[in-house]
Design a protein around this ligand. Sequence first.
Ligand code: PLP
Length: 424
Amino acid sequence: MIDINKYLDSLKPSATLAINQEVQLLKSENIDIVHFGFGQSPFPIYKGIVKALQNHADHNEYLPTLGLTALRQQISLFLKQHQGIEMDWSHIFIGPGSKELLYHTILILEGEFLIPKGSWVSYLPQIKTKGGSCTILDTEYANDFKLNAETLERHCENSSGKQKVLILNSPNNPTGAVYNNEELQSIAKVCMKHGIIVLSDEIYSQINFGERYSASISQYYPQGTIVYGGLSKVFSAGGYRLGYVAIPEAMKGLRATFKALFSETFSAVAAPIQYAAIEAYKMNDGLLDYISRCKNILGTIAGFVFQELKKLNIECTQPQGAFYVMIGFSHYKEQINALGIHSSEALAHHLIQSYHLALLPGTDFYFSSSDLFLRLAYVDFDGKSLLEKFLHKTEINSDHIIDNCPNITKGIGQLRAFITTISA
Ligand code: PLP
C-alpha cells in the first residue's frame, strides 16, 4: 500500500476528460456518439500562428521564468485594445495554460475561496488539492446562474473575517452567460467593501456574441482583480498550452512568489510557443476576421440550439458567449424519476447509453445532484469546413446550421426522441 497525500487521494480525472474517454470507448466499438461533452474549440488554428511557431522551432533555450518580455508587452497591448484592461507588461506572467496559472494562484493565496454555482469544473478540485476552504454561492436559473451582489453581500455578513477569494468567469463555462457592466459594478462594490480578491477568468472574453469582448470586473475593481486568459479558446490553440495571469499594481508583492513558484515547477513555457503567441496577440486584420467568423458561427449555432430546446420545453440558459449552455429538465422531473433516474449523473449516463448523446452532469459545475441540469457544449461540428464555406458570408442562419452541422441537429433530434419517449 502506498501512502498518498490525503488531499490528493480522492482526486479524480477532470470530468470533461473522463467523459471524453467514455465517448472514445463507445466510438471504438463503432457506436456513433454526438459529443456535447467536451469544450474544445472546433476551429483550426489560424495559419499565421502556425507559421510563427514553425519559424521559431529552433529556439531550444530556456526563456525567462515569467515569459518573454516581447510577449508580455504584446499581451499588455492586446488587453488594452481588445479587452479594455490597462495592465503594465511587467505585471503580466506567462504560464502553460490559464488552468495552471489559476492553480498556482490558488496555491499562493490563503483564505476562503468563493465559487458561484454554475462555474468551471476544475476550480474546486484545485482548491481541494491544498486542503483549502471553499463555499459555493447560490445562483438561479432565472438569472442564468450568474452571481448577484446581494448573495455575495449576505455571505460576507454571515461569515468570518478571513481573506476571501472570489472566482468569477465571464463569458461563462458552463452557462454561456456574460456578466454586464451593471452586474459587475455591483459585485465589485461588495468586493471592495469586504476586501475580496477576485480571480477573473476571462479565457472566453472575445467569444462574446453581442460585443467585441466581454466586460471585466477589473474595470470597476482594478486593485483587487487578477485577470486570466490564454490561447486555448479565442485562438483555438488549447494544445499549445499557453496562458497569462495579469496582476494589478496593488498586488505587485505577489510577483516574487509567482516567480519562485514558476521557477520551482515548470521553469518557463516552451520557447517556440511563446514566439507563436506574440503573433497571436498582435491581432492582425486576418486574425480579427478569423475570430469574428468563428464567433458568428458559434453564435448562430447557439441561437439554433436555444430555440430548439425551448420548443421542447427544456430549460436553457441564454447563450451570450463561449461554447456552452446549461440545460434543465425540471418540467419533466416526474417522468424522469419514473425511469428510476434521480440525479443529473444518472440522467447523463442514460442519455449517453440509450441515446448516444454525451453531456456533462450539473454536479460537475456545483449543482446539487437532484437538480436535473446538464452542460451542453455545442461544438460537435466541423469548424474547418464551416469556416471555409462561410468565408465571405456575414449572415449565417439556422438553415445553414441544419445543412452543415449534422451532429448538432442529430443531438437535438436525440433530445426530442428522449422527451417524446418519456412523455408518451
Ligand atoms: N477557464 C475556463 C472557464 C475554461 O473553460 C478552461 C478550459 O476549458 C480554462 C480556464 C483552462 O484553459 P487553458 O487551456 O488556458 O488552461
